[in-house]
Structure formats: C-alpha cells, structure tokens
Ligand binder design. Structure first.
Ligand SMILES: NC(=O)c1ccc[n+]([C@@H]2O[C@H](COP(=O)([O-])OP(=O)(O)OC[C@H]3O[C@@H](n4cnc5c(N)ncnc54)[C@H](O)[C@@H]3O)[C@@H](O)[C@H]2O)c1
Length: 340
C-alpha cells in the first residue's frame, strides 16, 4: 500500500484513486517528482472516508467512484485542483468547485477509441449471441443452438444517440461494416455528423422506431438524464437491441428491466449500471437477453495509458498554477483561480 500520509514533505499532497492502483506505474513518473501520493489500493472509499482524506490533500485524480459533492469540497480546505480520469463529470459538483476557485479538468477524447471498440464488441456479442452460444456449448446444447439466428450487420440500421468523440468513432466503424447509421445529437451539425458517414436525424422519434441497434453515447446533462424511459423503449422495434457504454443515468433502469423481461425489445448490452458494482442479487442478472460488462469500455492498455497520463499531467499543471485550455470543465473558475 502506497500511503505516504506520515511522510513530512513540502510537496503538495494528492489523492490517487485506489481503483486505478493497478496502473499506478503509468502515473508514477509524472506525479512522484512533484507531489506526495495518498492511495488506498483497490479500495472504493465511503463518502465519510473520502471526506477524511480530502481534508488533507491539495489535489485529486478522481474516477466515477469518487462522488465530489459540495459537502466534500467544503470539507477540503486545501483542495485546489480536481482532475477527472476520463470524460464524464456528472459525479462532480462543478458549481461548488467553481465557487471555491477549484479548476476541474477531464480528458476529452483520451478514452474514446477504447470505448468505441468496446461498443463494437458489445454489438457483435448481441447480434451474434456470443455469450449465450458459449453457454449452450458448455451445457451440451450444440445442436439446439442452430435454432438461434444471428442478425446481419450489413443492411441493419444503427441509431447513435450523442455523436461526439466516441459516437463518431462508432459511426465510422459501423459504416465500414455496411450498416446504415443515423444519429441524434442536437448539438452537432448535419455536416459534422455527415463526415462520420452517419446521417443526422432531428429527434428520438426519427431514430427509435427505425433503428435495429440503438447505441447511447451522449453525456449526462439535466436534459439527457433518463432520456430512454418506458415511452422510448415502447417506440423501439421488438427486434431491436440497446447498447449503453455511456452512462447508466441516461436510461430509466426499471423501464429497461421491463423492456427486456417483457420483450418490448430483443436484448441489450450495457457497460454501465446503477449502482456499480452491481449487487449479485440484482434482478438484472436474471435476464437472459442482457449482456453486462463491468464499466470496462475504456480498459485497454493503450487507452488506460493515454487517459492516466492526461489526467496526471492535468493535475500537475493545475497545482503549478496553470489551467489547461483543453479539458477545463468549469471555465468560469479562471477569474477566481488567478486571484488565489
Ligand atoms: N463506459 C466507459 O468506460 C466510458 C468511458 C468514456 C466515456 N464514457 C461515456 O461515453 C459518453 C460519450 O463520451 P464522449 O467522449 O464521446 O463525450 P463527448 O462529449 O465527446 O460527446 C458527447 C456527445 O453527446 C451529445 N449530447 C449532449 N446532450 C445530448 C442529448 N440530450 N441528446 C443527444 N446527444 C447529446 C453532445 O452534443 C456530444 O456530441 C459519455 O457519457 C461518457 O461519460 C463511458
């Protein structure tokens, strides 16, 4: 365990997430020359434990496991920089951080390729029933498996919701598979979307009833939270599949459970759920038409390396008094930060 809390040092002290401890060697050369590290290997700290640690740190690298609430920020008198490992920042109270003059950065695009490729892995698994066929072979159902038809990619329609860094890479790759790709994203122009090979549609109503596969790649905002609920699932084809390698909060999970159990849709593959880790008694685990991976989409060697280097460099830069332009999530902090 690398817990240097007792070492007397003039270096700033930073929190490093225990869930990234397996990759610490990537961050070591960037962090150790300039900061002292506090890390609890392989541990997810409770809110109380996190508050205790944050009371005494100058900066933090955080993942989706660390909920950076207003009360946590207010219990951290020394905190002056937060660096999010990855893209999603819905777990960080940006308003509170800004009020306290704390810049928050993320790593736009750093993990996009890993997530896009995982999305394809989920799509192949779903359309060609890979996990179920594997189970059938092990149960001696080799011949019975011939009753199952895989779905063809070529000629199928993929509906992408949110076509930013990840969605664009998914669109390009799906086009190469011969899929027809449509995308709903009110914040991207038709020209930008067309450059990925996809065609922009203007509403979920233009996408849900025609897509054979619906893949979520939007960020979580007040507007997008719960954007797929019962009404939306009922608009999808009964033969359609849902993929969510973005965020659980985009989907009403109870509605998804019913949509799968009652076969309003054919199946789903998700990398993100609420809560994480998913408890072993979750009814979702009883569904035979749901594939689950453990928030693993960005976990390839190269993606992990790129993202961790970016998150570490962002933190060191902020602690040295400089705010990066790319990845700054609360630009309004600039005025307050320079006054510090
Ligand atoms: N599973 C994982 O391990 C993992 C890893 C990285 C990112 N993610 C998630 O994947 C998602 C996409 O990441 P990204 O890097 O492409 O982000 P991005 O910011 O590049 O793209 C997000 C897109 O969502 C669009 N969007 C915002 N609100 C929308 C709405 N209401 N309807 C439709 N589109 C909307 C934005 O315009 C943008 O184009 C995010 O939710 C991110 O948190 C998951």
């Amino acid at each position: 365990m690398v817990d240097y809390t007792n070492v007397i040092s003039m270096k700033p002290k930073i929190y490093f997430p225990g869930t990234l401890y397996g990759s610490y060697e990537i961050a070591r050369p960037i962090l150790e020359p300039d900061v002292e590290i506090v890390v609890f290997p392989e541990k997810v700290l409770s809110a109380e434990q996190l508050a205790e640690v944050f009371h005494d740190v100058d900066g933090a690298i955080v993942t989706a496991f660390e909920k950076i609430s207003r009360s946590l920020i207010e219990a951290a008198p020394r905190l002056r920089a937060i660096s999010k490992f990855g893209v999603g920042i819905e777990t960080i109270d940006l308003e509170a951080a800004t009020e306290h003059g704390i810049p928050v950065t993320n790593c736009p695009g750093a993990n996009a390729l890993g997530v896009a490729e995982h999305t394809l892995a989920l799509m192949f698994s779903l359309l060609r029933h890979v996990p179920r066929l594997d189970r059938m072979v092990r149960q001696g159902d080799w011949i019975k498996s011939k009753r199952f038809y895989g779905a063809d990619f070529e000629g199928s329609t993929l509906g992408i919701i949110g076509i930013g860094n990840v969605g664009s890479l998914v669109a390009q790759r799906a086009c190469a598979l011969g899929m027809s790709v449509i995308a709903y994203d009110p914040y991207q122009s038709a020209e930008t979307v067309a450059r990925t090979g996809a065609k922009k549609v203007n509403s979920l109503d233009d996408l849900l009833p025609v897509a054979d596969v619906v893949s979520l790649h939007a960020t979580v905002t007040k507007e997008s939270r719960g954007m797929l609920g019962e009404t939306e699932f009922r608009k999808m084809k009964p033969t359609a599949y849902l993929i969510n390698a973005a965020r659980a909060a985009l989907v009403d999970q109870d509605a998804m459970f019913r949509a799968l159990k009652e076969r309003w849709i054919s199946g789903a593959a998700v990398d993100v759920l609420e809560p994480e880790p998913l408890p072993l008694d979750s009814p979702l685990l009883q569904l035979d038409n749901l594939i689950i991976t453990p928030h693993h989409a960005g976990t390839t060697l190269r993606t992990r390396e790129r993202t961790l280097k970016q998150a570490s460099s962002n933190l060191i830069r902020m602690l040295s008094g400089d705010i990066p332009d790319i990845g700054l999530c609360n630009p309004a902090v600039r005025d307050r930060f320079t006054q510090k």
